[in-house]
Design a binder for this molecule. Structure first.
Ligand code: A3P
Length: 301
């Protein structure tokens, strides 16, 4: 990950065995920001979305916001306003109205302690790691956060499966979460599968509403699902939002451009267009070994 080979080398932020995106607060003091997150003063009704990058965070965040408001209305802000590791100043979070739809990619061990002690709600989304790799590959090449564009094989070997992967890597992130979920006696953690939400959006959104203690008519629920479909969310995102304010310093690429590229394909199985037979076999072998003690079921199609 330290050098991309084809373009100028860029050093990612490294902390606690994780490569981190170059968000200004992390570049400035990653340890300090992680500690601020862990020590965050939480309210009992906070909802925390804790999701490995490229697994549908923006999508599910919009759904959660609509469910909490009980209205199929888009938020005026992007999820970045509630993004714990990227907001320029944590005091922003203190001034947000309840219930706060906070979101983060930090692994379970770094989550706000008080939220866990409170039995606060945690929404977790799990996406199949091959599609996560593909989505991340395009994100990296579009944002150039780690240097000039690279090919998929190089990305796979050096970044996704590299020695210090993003947020510690998919395997470690999801296994840590699975262990936390196994100990979650208060049923405070709700795991949603990206693929299930895509295939059965009404049913899965209903389950999510129930978890959030939100009682809604079938009509409003269907409206929320519709407004959060890939096509509608992409269109809405293209016409509103103020990303610039929240991530100052990301000047190499127009932030609006990044946001529109973020809604890329929104499909299950794009990995088949990127993984060669050899890469696929390699991944399946690593998966088998890494997940031998895990009960996590992933859906590749
Ligand atoms: P792709 O790059 O495979 O298209 P995150 O928000 O965690 O960064 O995840 C981004 C991924 O979620 C992108 O995947 C994006 O297209 C997908 N996504 C966003 N909105 C979606 C929606 N409404 N339905 C399905 N996928 C969506």
């Amino acid at each position: 990950m330290e050098q991309n080979g084809e373009g100028k080398p860029k050093q990612p932020v490294i902390f606690d065995g994780m490569a981190l995106p170059p968000f200004p607060p992390l570049v400035k003091d990653a340890k300090g920001r992680f500690e601020e997150i862990r020590d965050l003063h939480c309210r009992k009704d906070d909802v925390l979305l804790v999701i490995y990058p490229k697994s549908g965070t923006h999508w599910v965040w919009e759904i959660v916001c609509m469910l909490l408001k009980k209205k199929a209305e888009y938020m005026k802000e992007t999820k970045e306003f509630f993004f714990l590791e990227a907001i320029p100043d944590m005091s922003v979070v203190h001034n947000l109205a309840s219930p706060r739809p906070l979101n983060t990619h930090v692994p379970y061990r770094w989550l706000p302690k008080q939220h866990i002690e409170n039995g606060g709600k945690i929404v977790h989304v799990l996406r199949n790691p091959k599609d996560v790799a593909v989505s991340m590959f395009h994100h990296f090449n579009n944002t150039k956060e780690f240097g000039e564009p690279i090919d998929f094989k190089t990305f796979y070997e050096r970044v996704f499966m590299g020695p210090v992967p993003l947020f510690g890597g998919w395997f470690s992130y999801e296994k840590e979460f699975e262990q936390a979920e196994a100990k979650d006696t208060r049923s405070a953690i709700f795991t949603l599968h990206y693929e299930s939400l895509k295939k059965n959006p009404i049913q899965e959104t209903k389950r999510l509403a129930k978890f959030l203690d939100v009682d809604l008519s079938d009509e409003v629920l269907a409206e929320i699902v519709d407004k959060c479909s890939f096509k509608k969310l992409k269109e809405a995102n293209d016409t509103m939002k103020d990303f610039i304010k929240i991530v100052p310093g990301k000047t190499e690429v127009n932030p609006q451009e990044i946001m529109s590229k973020l809604y890329r394909k929104g499909e299950i199985g794009d990995w088949k267009n990127h993984f060669t037979v050899a890469l696929n076999e390699h991944f399946d072998a690593v998966f088998k070994e890494e997940m031998k003690d895990s009960k996590i079921q992933v859906q590749y199609e």
